[in-house]
Design a binder for this molecule. Structure first.
Ligand code: ADP
Ligand code: GLC
Length: 495
C-alpha cells in the first residue's frame, strides 16, 4: 500500500508527547512490511536536519490558501532506522519558531499553520509523484485533510481512489476557530456554515469534528478510550459526532517500538539487563541515585522503593491528585520519588517545593530529556501514572518492558495495558485505582508498596511485566485491516 502520513509530531524529528512515538512506530513497521510510506511534517526550527540527514530540495510547492497560493520548500530524507520517506515542509512564516505548538496557550495562528500543513499534504504528494492509497491524518492538526480529500482533491486522478483515515490521539484538542478567519482560508463558502452542518460547532469551526465527519474511518489509540469518548464526558462534546459515525470508529492500541525501548539494548541506561538479570535493574537504580540524584553510599545502603514519573505536567496526567497526596505518601512511607517532566508552572512549583522540603527523597528535573527518561524508567521500582484521562499512554508500556511496576488509574489505555497483580494466582503486573481521589491513589500506592521485595510476588510481577508484548507490529497490522475497510468504503461510494 502507499500510505501518506500527515502529522504535527514524528519522533525523533519533532516530539512533544507520545503521538510522535506512535506515528514513527507505525511508519517503521509499515515500511518494514514492504509498504511505501511517506511522512509529511513541518520543518520546525528545532528539527535537527543535519543529524537526521534531511536535505533541502529544488521542489517548491504552491499551497492554495483561500484565493491565493503560498509556498513551501520540500526537504527530503528517511525516517531513522527505517525506509519510510520523510518530507519536511519549509515555510518560515509558519514554522521557523520556537517549539511545535507554542507554549503554554499555543500560537494564535495555529489554525492557519495546520490548515497549511493539511493542504500541503496533497501538494507534496503531487510534487513527488506519490499516489496514496491511504491518507492517514493525526489529531486536529491534519484532520482537515479529510474534508479536503473528499471535497477538493477527490477530483484529481491521483486521489480518486484514496481513502482518508483519521486517528485521534487526544480528543481534548479539537482546533476550534473563528469561522470568519478559517472559512476563507479553506475556501469554504459561508452558506456551508449553519447549525448542524459539518463546519459549524457552537458558532465555531471545529477542525476535529469536520475531520471525523469526512474521514472514511476513524480510530483512536485504545479500545477503552474509544468507548469513553463516545459514552462519557471524556468525548469533550464530540460524543454525538462520534456516535453518528457508529461502526466507523475503532480503538487500536498503540504499539511500542521495542528497538528503542529494550533494557537489554538501551544505549541510554547505565547497565543493560533482562528478566534473567534483574540485578542489573538494581544497578541502574543505584547509579541513577548516586550520579543524577547525588545520594551518598550511606544513604544508598538503605533499600527504599523508588517511584518514578516521566510526564508532561498537565491536568490530564493527574498532577493535581499528586498535589493532594504525594507529600503525605513521602512522609508516611518514606519512599523516594524521581520525576522528569515539564508543563504548567504551578505544577513545576509544587515539585520544586517537594524537592527542597524532602531533599533526600525527591529528585526532579524539568525540561525534555530523552536519555534521562530512559534512565528513570529503568531505575524506578514503580511508575506512577494517576491520569485523569489517558487515550493510550506509552510510558506505562515502556515501564513494563523494564520491569518497572505501574501504579495507574484505571482509565483509557492504562486500563487496557495494566493488569492488577493477583497474589493468589501470581498473575498480573501492576496496580490500578478507580476513583479520581487522593484516597484512592494513596490506597493503590500503599497496596503496591506492600509487595516491594516480597517474594515470590515481587519477582513474579516483574517477570510478568517484562513478558508483556505490546509490539508496534500488532498495532500496524490492525491499522492495515482498518485501511482495507476504508478502501472498501471508497470503492462502494464509487460503485
Ligand atoms: P502523552 O503523549 O500524553 O504525553 P504518552 O505516555 O503517550 O503520553 O507519551 C509520552 C512520551 O513522552 C513518552 O515517550 C515519554 O517518555 C515522553 N516524555 C514525556 N515527558 C518527557 C520529558 N520531560 N523528557 C523526555 N521524554 C518525555
Ligand atoms: C496522546 C495521549 C497519549 C497517547 C499518545 C499517543 O498524547 O495523551 O495517551 O499515548 O497521544 O497516541
Amino acid at each position: 500500500m502507499n500510505i501518506l502520513i500527515g502529522a504535527a509530531e514524528v519522533a525523533p524529528l519533532a516530539k512533544v508527547g507520545g503521538m510522535a512515538d506512535a506515528v514513527a512506530a507505525l511508519a517503521r513497521q509499515w515500511s518494514m512490511m514492504g509498504h511505501r510510506v511517506l511522512v509529511v511534517l513541518p520543518k520546525y526550527r528545532a528539527v535537527d536536519v543535519r543529524a537526521h540527514d534531511l536535505c533541502s530540495t529544488e521542489h517548491v510547492v504552491g499551497v492554495p490558501v483561500g484565493w491565493w497560493t503560498e509556498c513551501a520548500r520540500l526537504w527530503l530524507g528517511t525516517l531513522p532506522q527505517s525506509t519510510a520517506r520523510v518530507c519536511l515542509i519549509e515555510n518560515a512564516d509558519y514554522y521557523d519558531r520556537e517549539g511545535i505548538y507554542g507554549n503554554p496557550e499555543g500560537y494564535a495562528d495555529n489554525d492557519r499553520r495546520f490548515i497549511f500543513l493539511s493542504r500541503a499534504l496533497f501538494e507534496v504528494a503531487s510534487a513527488l509523484g506519490f499516489s496514496p492509497d491511504i491518507i492517514h491524518a493525526h489529531d486536529y492538526h491534519t484532520a482537515l485533510a479529510m474534508p479536503l480529500l473528499k471535497l477538493v482533491y477527490r477530483w484529481q486522478p491521483r486521489f480518486y481512489k484514496t481513502a482518508g483515515v483519521l486517528t485521534i490521539h487526544n480528543i481534548a484538542f479539537q482546533g476550534l476557530s473563528e469561522p470568519a478567519r478559517v472559512l476563507p482560508l479553506l475556501g469554504v463558502p459561508w452558506e456551508e456554515f449553519y447549525p448542524g452542518s459539518p463546519w459549524e460547532y457552537f458558532g465555531s469551526v471545529n477542525m476535529l469534528k469536520v475531520g471525523i465527519l469526512y474521514a472514511d474511518k476513524i480510530s483512536t489509540v485504545s479500545p477503552s478510550y474509544a468507548w469513553e469518548i463516545r459514552a462519557t464526558a471524556l468525548g469533550e462534546g464530540l460524543q454525538g459526532v462520534l456516535n453518528f459515525r457508529g461502526g466507523d470508529v475503532v480503538g487500536i492500541l498503540n504499539g511500542v517500538d521495542y528497538t528503542e525501548w529494550d533494557p537489554a539494548h538501551d544505549r541510554h541506561i547505565y547497565v543493560p539487563y533482562s528478566a534473567e538479570f534483574l540485578a542489573g535493574k538494581q544497578l541502574n537504580k543505584r547509579r541513577l541515585l548516586s550520579e543524577w540524584a547525588g545520594m551518598s553510599e550511606l544513604e544508598l545502603h538503605r533499600e527504599v522503593p523508588l517511584l518514578g514519573m516521566v510526564s508532561r505536567l498537565t491536568d490530564q496526567k493527574g498532577v493535581d491528585l499528586l498535589c493532594h497526596s504525594l507529600e503525605g505518601i513521602l512522609a508516611h512511607f518514606g519512599v523516594r520519588f524521581a520525576l522528569l517532566g515539564s508543563g504548567a508552572n504551578r505544577y513545576e512549583d509544587f515539585f520544586r517545593y517537594l524537592a527542597s522540603r524532602y531533599s533526600r527523597q525527591v529528585f526532579v528535573q524539568f525540561g525534555y530529556n530523552e536519555a534521562l527518561a530512559h534512565k528513570i524508567i529503568a531505575a524506578a521500582d514503580y511508575l506512577l501514572m494517576p491520569s485523569r484521562y489517558e487515550p493510550c499512554g506509552l510510558t506505562q508500556m515502556y515501564a513494563l518492558r523494564y520491569g518497572t511496576i505501574p501504579i495507574v488509574r484505571a482509565v483509557g489505555g492504562l486500563r487496557d495495558t495494566v493488569r492488577q497483580y493477583d497474589p493468589t494466582t501470581g498473575e498480573g503486573w501492576g496496580f490500578l485505582f478507580g476513583d479520581y481521589t487522593p484516597e484512592a491513589l494513596w490506597g493503590a500506592v500503599e497496596y503496591a508498596l506492600g509487595f516491594y521485595g516480597v517474594e515470590p510476588h515481587w519477582e513474579r510481577m516483574r517477570r510478568n511485566a517484562m513478558a508483556c508484548d505490546f509490539s508496534a507490529q500488532r498495532s500496524a497490522e490492525q491499522y492495515l485491516q482498518l485501511f482495507e475497510w476504508a478502501l472498501e468504503r471508497v470503492r462502494s461510494e464509487r460503485a
